[in-house]
Ligand binder design. Sequence first.
Ligand SMILES: [Fe+2]
Length: 312
Amino acid sequence: MATVMERIGEFERLPDLAETVYTAPLQKPAHVGDDWLEPRQTDYSAEDDRVWDDLFSRQMEILPGRAATAFMQGLEKLDLGRGGVPDFEVLSEELGRLTGWSVVPVPMLIPDHVFFWHLANRRFPAGNFIRTRETFDYIQEPDVFHDVFGHVPMLTDPTFADYMQEYGRAGWKAMRFNRLKALGALYWYTVEFGLIQEGDGIKAYGAGILSGPAEVVFATQAQSPNRIMLNVDRVMRTDYVISDLQPTYFVVESFEDLYHQTVERDFDRLYRSLSPGFTYANTAVIDLDDVLHRGTQEYHLRGGRGSGAQPV
Ligand SMILES: [Fe+2]
């Protein structure tokens, strides 16, 4: 077994990728280096700051009682409602004191192996730009509101912070086996769209749910979607929806459980047994599932986004 120092050493520099590893051909802007980091955070206009404040107030009307306790506490610890787009350096100092993480600015979506490398070193890459009034309700590319409001509060939770780092380390291994789709599903169903069982009900901790108005109530309370207890192997075999509400959500009983399920799983063996695509449809409920709520799928059966179907 590798010593702690050997393990840290493994992630000091960007990995060399073998030719047998397939990656998305993203065009790197000329002004960023191999780490894809912006030299400094953008200067935001007064209107940009108002967009942040309005997005913040809207979420705060919906989230209490529906967002995970750890998330709500994280918002408070970092004082993300102090007004305007947060300064990454101030944020990183506060976050550094709490869990050793920092927030670093990137221009756009960055290549997977660079993203994993930053996570493995407890750096969270956050989009620099903020959406406009025209794209206030929905944007496809993650902006600073999604990345900072949605993701950063959870990094104040020590166990979740460790989970994110382990995820980054696991990413490199998944790349070597060309099984990024499978590991991507785990990110999707936890970091982006995860739910947690708390004493007084099911709450959301995923950034994809918490950074927008449409999915918070749907994910935690609607009759349509399935809510199934999370099993890492099962989740990594499950397809997901990118541009609509999820037909299925996976629920953890605690972040400790999520951390242990992920760290203790021998991903080498799992990747060797997985086929390149997904085994289960995103609406599937299978024999082995521990089902909390079997969804009606009414929303998706009526046509989902763009059909006028109500998210019920
Ligand atoms: Fe995200």
